[in-house]
Design a protein around this ligand. Structure first.
Ligand SMILES: Cc1cc2nc3c(=O)[nH]c(=O)nc-3n(C[C@H](O)[C@H](O)[C@H](O)COP(=O)(O)OP(=O)(O)OC[C@H]3O[C@@H](n4cnc5c(N)ncnc54)[C@H](O)[C@@H]3O)c2cc1C
Length: 395
C-alpha cells in the first residue's frame, strides 16, 4: 500500500507522531497550518526583494509560540519537543521565517529568560512575547566569527553607564530591533550582555543591513558599529560573567537549528516527491524510474534520521541530559544532511528546481546558511571531538 501523501500529513515514516501528546500535535498543527496558509503563499516576493515580511511576522503573534520554552512573562511556555516542532514546521516553509523566530524568540528572549534578573525579565519579555518589541543577539564580529569567545567589543563602566566600543557582523533582526543584546568584555575581562533599547535612537550606534545574500534573503542581517555607545548599567544582563554562560543560550539555539535543518530537508523532500509523482517523461511519471526512486529513498532516509535525532534530543533536554557534544553532533549531522537532501530535491525537479516558485530552490539556499551559523560544520564537529576524546582541537 502506498504511504499517505506527505503533503497532507507531513512525512513521518517512523510514526513519531504516535509518541507525541495531543498538546504537542496541536502546536505542530497550528504552525503547519500557518505555514501552509500564510508563509508559503506570501514568502517568495519578499525573498526575491530581500525584504522583511512584516505581515508574516505579525501573523505569528497569535500562534502561541513566541518565547519558546520560557515559562511566564506571557511567553509560550512550550516543552522542548514543541519548540523543536515549531522550528521544524517553520523551516519546512521558509528559512528566513524560522531564523526570525529563532533569533527573536530563542537567542534574544532566551538570553533574557536564562541570564537576566527577574526585574529584567519583567521589563523586556512581555512586550517581546507579544512581538511588540523585536529582539536581536549580537555576538559575532567582523574579526571574530568561530572565535567569538575572544570578542573585541569592550564595555567600560563610567558612572551609572557602560560605554561600548567595537563592531558586530551578521546580526539577525538588528535593523528592526527594539531590544538589541550586545556581547562584550568589560575592563575586568568578564563577559557581559548589554541590552540596547530603541537602537535607532542611540548615539554612536550604526546598523547597516548586509546586501547580496544568497540565502535567507527575507530576514535582515546587519553590520553594527559602536562608538562610545552609552548603555545604562542596569541594562547589563544580571547573570553572565563568562562565555560559558552565553553557551547555555547557544546550546538551545543549536537545538533549534538542528530541528530547522530537519525541517528544510523535509520541506525539500516533500516537494520533490510531489513533483516526481506529477511530472511525466518518456510517457511515465518520473517517480516510476529507479534513479528517481533512489534519490527519493536517500532523501527520505536522511530526513528520518534527522527527525529521530531531534526527537531524542528533545527527550534529553526535557530530562536535563543534553551535553554540548550531543547537541553539536545533532547540528553537525543535520546541517550537513540538509544540504545534501536539498540538492537531491533540486536535482529531482530538473529545471523547475531552480525556480523559487517551486519552493525547493529557496530551501536549498537556506540549507547553506544553516551549515554555517550556530557554529560552523567544522566547529560543531570539533566540539563533538572534544567531548569524545578530551582533547581540544579547536584552538
Ligand atoms: C545568515 C547568517 C545569520 C547570522 N546571524 C547571526 C546573529 O544573529 N548573531 C550573531 O552573533 N551571529 C550571527 N551569524 C554569524 C555566524 O554565527 C558566523 O558566521 C559563524 O559563527 C562563523 O563565523 P564566520 O562566518 O566569521 O567564519 P569563520 O569563523 O571565519 O570561519 C571560516 C571557516 O574556517 C573554519 N574554521 C574556523 N575556525 C576553525 C578551527 N579552529 N578549526 C577548523 N576550522 C575552523 C570555519 O568552520 C569556516 O569553514 C550569522 C551568520 C549568517 C551567515
Amino acid at each position: 500500500m502506498a504511504a499517505a501523501d506527505p503533503q497532507e500529513t507531513g512525512f513521518d515514516f517512523f510514526k513519531l507522531e504516535n509518541f507525541m501528546t495531543d498538546q504537542q500535535r496541536n502546536v505542530r498543527d497550528r504552525v503547519r497550518e500557518f505555514v501552509q496558509t500564510v508563509v508559503n503563499p506570501k514568502i517568495n516576493p519578499y525573498w526575491d526583494r530581500a525584504e522583511f515580511p512584516w505581515e508574516i511576522a505579525h501573523a505569528m503573534k497569535d500562534l502561541g509560540i513566541v518565547g519558546g520554552v520560557i515559562r511566564g512573562w506571557e511567553s509560550a511556555g512550550l516543552d522542548p519537543l514543541e519548540m523543536g516542532l515549531v522550528m521544524y514546521e517553520l523551516a519546512k516553509g521558509d528559512g528566513s521565517v524560522s531564523t526570525f523566530y529563532g533569533v527573536h524568540s530563542g537567542l534574544a528572549m532566551g538570553s533574557i529568560g536564562l541570564l537576566g534578573s527577574n526585574e529584567q525579565r519583567e521589563r523586556w519579555l512581555p512586550a517581546m512575547s507579544q512581538l511588540e518589541k523585536i529582539g536581536a543577539f549580537a555576538l559575532t564580529e567582523p574579526e571574530r566569527g568561530s572565535d567569538a569567545v575572544d570578542v573585541q567589543t569592550t564595555a567600560r563602566l563610567d558612572g551609572d553607564h557602560y560605554v561600548l566600543n567595537g563592531a558586530k557582523r551578521w546580526i539577525g533582526n538588528a535593523s528592526i530591533s527594539d531590544v538589541l543584546i550586545i556581547w562584550a568584555r568589560d575592563t575586568d575581562g568578564d563577559f557581559g550582555g548589554f541590552v540596547i533599547e530603541d537602537p535607532s535612537q542611540v548615539e554612536g550606534l550604526t546598523i547597516t543591513d548586509l546586501t547580496g545574500k544568497i540565502g535567507k534573503r527575507a530576514v535582515l542581517n546587519a553590520d553594527i558599529t559602536l562608538e562610545n555607545v552609552r548603555v545604562p548599567a542596569e541594562n547589563r544582563l544580571a547573570k553572565p560573567r563568562s562565555f560559558r554562560d552565553v553557551g547555555k543560550v547557544l546550546a538551545l539555539g543549536r537545538y533549534g537549528v538542528s530541528w530547522e535543518a530537519a525541517g528544510v530537508a523535509a520541506g525539500a523532500f516533500e516537494a520533490a516527491l510531489r513533483y516526481a509523482k506529477d511530472r511525466e517523461q518518456f510517457g511515465k511519471p518520473i517517480v516510476s524510474y529507479q534513479l528517481i526512486q533512489q534519490k527519493l529513498v536517500e532523501m527520505a532516509t536522511e530526513v528520518t534520521q534527522m527527525q529521530l535525532i531531534c526527537f531524542q534530543l528533545a527527550q534529553l533536554i526535557a530530562t536535563d541530559q543534553m551535553t554540548e557534544g550531543i547537541v553539536s553532533m545533532a547540528k553537525y549531522n543535520n546541517a550537513r544532511k540538509a544540504r545534501q537532501v536539498a540538492l537531491l530535491a533540486r536535482e529531482t525537479m530538473g529545471g523547475n528546481g531552480i525556480l523559487i516558485e517551486n519552493h525547493v530552490a529557496r530551501l536549498l539556499t537556506d540549507a547553506e546558511i544553516i551549515y554555517t551559523y550556530e557554529g560552523t560544520n567544522e566547529i560543531n564537529m570539533l566540539l563533538v571531538g572534544r567531548e569524545l576524546t578530551g582533547f581540544n582541537a579547536i584552538a
